[in-house]
Design a protein around this ligand. Structure first.
Ligand code: SAM
Length: 286
């Protein structure tokens, strides 16, 4: 499904993330983490530690503490919020387009709450129509999710609306460094996750400013996404050898092949990754 002019809708994205939950749980991470890792260097091949480090960088950049009220936009299986609420005791809400993933997050929260009552909750919904009042949150965070929204100005406006004046938006996201994308990159990087395309590193900051935000911090982290897919491609190849059935083996080998193509796309400037922190002004301009 890759005619060059195909535009994925929210319904396409939702279907993809509902349908692939079990596949990703079985292969990528059994707890449901699904984002790019932040590696210590080229020799570091521990994806799971790197994925945790990516969350730690956001928590530190955004100065999240017990007094924070955090929205995770595109929270997936809820790991970020559960983890940060356990660590610092903040309040929080997780919002995701995939009902399957929200159900998974709620079940995880139920288990956690038997040990320690966390001040967080999860809701099914879209970043383009947030079920929250204006000026609710001190922080909006997001990991590798906002790129998937077809109408990005709309989700930017929603995040701006639900943040309190002075509140912080801190997120990681996929980047589209150059406008023209080859057919191979489209197939292996973009269509693979129903992604229409995104911003360059500079273009992202301009879009946030256009939405009313002030840019606090921007990190261009292309080497970390290359390392993520290098490491996961190897994991997939190794696991394919002991896959339980032919379908699982074929899926892992196809994923591993895509990982090679993804690294090529990064080298060609067709794919990237960044982290950004932006502030809603104390005196909002809109
Ligand atoms: C790559 S996963 C990341 C999940 C999670 N942030 C993590 O780090 O594990 C992207 C997530 O974005 C969600 N998503 C995509 N479009 C969305 C939208 N318009 N509103 C809310 N969530 C969305 C998907 O359902 C999916 O769970």
């Amino acid at each position: 499904m890759s005619p060059a002019d195909h535009v994925y809708t929210e319904a396409d994205v939702r279907e993809f993330f509902d349908q692939t939950l079990q596949t990703y749980l079985a292969f990528w991470d059994s707890t449901g983490v699904l984002h790019t890792g932040y590696f210590t260097g080229d020799a570091d091949d521990d994806y799971w530690a790197a994925a945790g480090r990516a969350s730690d960088v956001l928590i530190a950049d955004a100065s999240i503490d017990r007094s924070s009220y955090v929205l995770d936009a595109g929270c997936g299986c809820g790991n970020f919020l559960v983890d940060v609420a356990k660590r610092v005791g903040c309040r929080g809400e997780g919002l995701d387009l995939s009902e399957e993933r929200i159900n998974f997050a709620r079940a995880k929260l139920d288990r956690e709450n038997q040990r320690q009552e966390l001040r967080i909750g999860f809701r099914h919904g879209s970043a383009t129509r947030m079920p929250y009042r204006a000026a609710t949150f001190s922080h909006v965070i997001s990991q590798d999710a906002l790129c998937l929204v077809p109408d990005k100005p709309r989700s930017h406006a929603e995040m701006y609306r639900v943040l309190r004046p002075g509140g912080l938006l801190a997120f990681s996201d996929f980047l589209q460094p150059k406008k023209q994308i080859s057919q191979r990159a489209r197939e292996h990087v973009y269509d693979r996750v129903r992604w229409n395309g995104g911003y360059s590193f500079v273009g992202y900051q301009a879009a946030l400013v256009e939405a009313g935000f002030e840019i606090i911090l921007a990190r261009n982290l292309e080497s970390h996404i290359r390392q993520t897919y290098r490491v996961l491609g190897k994991v997939a190849r190794d696991r394919a050898v002991t896959a339980p059935d032919a379908a699982a083996r074929d899926w892992m080998l196809a994923f591993s092949e895509s990982c090679r193509e993804i690294q090529t796309a990064i080298d060609h400037g067709e794919f990237g990754w960044g982290m950004f922190v932006a502030r809603k002004p104390e005196t909002p301009t809109r």
